[in-house]
Structures are given as structure tokens and as C-alpha cells.
Design a binder for this molecule. Structure first.
Ligand SMILES: [Zn+2]
Length: 137
């Protein structure tokens, strides 16, 4: 399932309200989500219906938007296969201009509360490591 152009534009321009309409909340954090073995930049928790984006201020605009797309595809499609989700996110990213990507990332950075570590790592059901987001990690 790919997003329509209109859905993609809505997600990029107003991520929180787009996701809220799909009953998904968005948690934005300054810090990476660390486990003992890896560093996590995105998560989707199907029980809480929460997408988490981590280390938002420190990553490039393209990385942040790619992770937002990646987690949104997990959330909307229920697909857990990383390759499938990476492909969908990559295709969606290709449809966006540099300007749209930078505007979206700037908006997400602005929404990120200062000093917002996340320590309750065990609650996030699905965590995407540097490895699973491939080229943009
Ligand atoms: Zn994933």
C-alpha cells in the first residue's frame, strides 16, 4: 500500500494531525533510543499506537523524514517486513522535493521537546535500528 499524493503531502505538512486522524500518536525525542546492542532512531508500538522518532535534532532532514515515513508505513499497513517498508518509504521520499523534506524536518525539530530522553525502552514493540533504515542510517 503506497500513500496517495494527497496523503503524503498531508503527512509531510502536518505530521501530527495526519497521524492523529489515524489514531496514531507521535513521540519526538532529542535523544537516541539506546539498547545494549544498538541505537534506535524510530519505533512503532502497535499497542500504544505510537510512533517514536529519536535524536531528531541531530540527524539530517532526509534521515528524519525517511524514518517518519518508515514508521508510518509500519503503522498504516501493519507490514513488519523491513525490506518492504524500506521500499515504500524510499518511493515516498522520492516524490518529495528537497524543500518539502527540509520543511518537514524543521517542523518536527520545532515540535521536539528539549531534553527528551526515553528510558522505557521495553515498551516499544517495534524498534528500527540504524541497520534497518539502510541507506539513510
Ligand atoms: Zn521498521
Amino acid at each position: 500500500m503506497q500513500l496517495t499524493q494527497r496523503q503524503l503531502r498531508e503527512l509531510i505538512q502536518r505530521p501530527s494531525s495526519f497521524l492523529r486522524r489515524h489514531h496514531i500518536s507521535l513521540r519526538l525525542c532529542t535523544e537516541p533510543l539506546r539498547s545494549t546492542t544498538r541505537q534506535v532512531f524510530g519505533s512503532w508500538d502497535p499497542l500504544l499506537r505510537e510512533i517514536g522518532l529519536y535524536q531528531v535534532p541531530d540527524r539530517s532532514a532526509e534521515q528524519v523524514v525517511n524514518t517518519l515515513l518508515h514508521e508510518t508505513f509500519h503503522a498504516l499497513t501493519g507490514v513488519r517486513d523491513e525490506d518492504v517498508v524500506d521500499t515504500l518509504a524510499g518511493e515516498a521520499l522520492q516524490l518529495l522535493s528537497e524543500h518539502e523534506i527540509h520543511t518537514c524536518a524543521a517542523h518536527l525539530r520545532q515540535l521536539t521537546p528539549p531534553s527528551s530522553p526515553r528510558t522505557d525502552i521495553s515498551r516499544a514493540q517495534h524498534q528500527d535500528s540504524t541497520i534497518s533504515i539502510g541507506a539513510f542510517a
